[in-house]
Design a protein around this ligand. Sequence first.
Ligand SMILES: [Ca+2]
Length: 420
Amino acid sequence: MLLHQYSVTTAVTFFSITASLKSLLFLLLMIPVFVVAQPAIDTDLIPRYSRPTIDDLPMILDTDEYEILVEVVASGLENPWGMAFLPDGDMLITERDGHVRLLRDGVLEPDPIPGTPEVHTMQLSGLMDIALHPEYEKNGLIYLTYNKPLGEREETIALARGRFDGNGFQDMRDIFVSTPNHAGGSRIVFAPDGSLFMTVGGAYTVGRTAERAQDGSWHSGKVLHLLDDGSPFPGNPFSGQAGYHAEVYSMGHRNQHGLAFYPLTGELWAHEHAPQGGDELNIIKPGANYGWPIVSYSRRYDGPRITQQPWQEEFEQPVVLWLPSIAPSGLMFYTGEKFPAWKNHAFVGSMRVGRILRTGHLERIVLNENGEETAREWILEELGERIRDVKQGPDELIYVLTETADGMLLRLSPVAPVEE
Ligand SMILES: [Ca+2]
């Protein structure tokens, strides 16, 4: 049909008759085409794809290796951001508006835990990650990262530490405050030696904040390495160097919402958001530069490339690259026995793909023994939820947070391995 239309149009142009006559002739020639078209389909009789929603849970979904049971553990969480398991299996869950919620014996306590810091909450800003001190059972210390108000107009990213007594936080106070930072994201993770890594994002826009990622006098766009009291780790790569904060461990990042250790090598991995296409998962090395905004695979939101150079010799290259963007949030490497086929795979929460709504999912990335990508799978894509965080529970099951005003904590457990 298309070929027919094309040849008619070409012929008409060739004779260069007037526009109105041209249209008339075209319409006349089109009539036989409609006459010979297939009979109309009664769309009422065709089954419509009906996509499940989170309200349909519990549900069993297929993945490449397992059938998984997806259950709601808790609902009514307001824009949850981060989570941590307590030694007894209870959980602490942060909400963007500044609250920390306690899931006690599997039930969400109605009131937030008192004693949290004052948080600047607006769109991307708010309370973010939470972590337990490695010796939590002895000292009860909890760490929070959040956007801290600085006077009337400014804000930044701060790390606060306090003691959790089972009911409230005691002596919660900032132990590190970064240089001013508008709406930057932050994750924290403890290293096996008891030191602490922290991402400071917020190096968003070229010509305004992005260049801070290349400037050691700003904390934006860096991974920081701290002692457990918030002071700089003594062996840091730029320690004592003019123009660099002593906390800086790596630079050239944009906005990093995922941070975890890869169990096979002990390396620190982090992912980061690019604007449009070009989200990256990187292996974080001391003193390394990850290139933002000098090199990037991304485009501006309105189309043009950020830079004509996707890579350069002196900058570290990502181990995983997302084109289009998946808006990654939360990073976990699975180490349990419940999903043996998924051992050491990376799991990344996605909030949306290619800036299209209802495309969020949990991404499983299969890595070989060198940490190189060999396969990717989208899990929970049926639900299309924004996935904000992913963690392995003490029960070796997988827990995810959905990031909405009525956010949920979901649990994924294997039903049976998929038959070959
Ligand atoms: Ca990069």
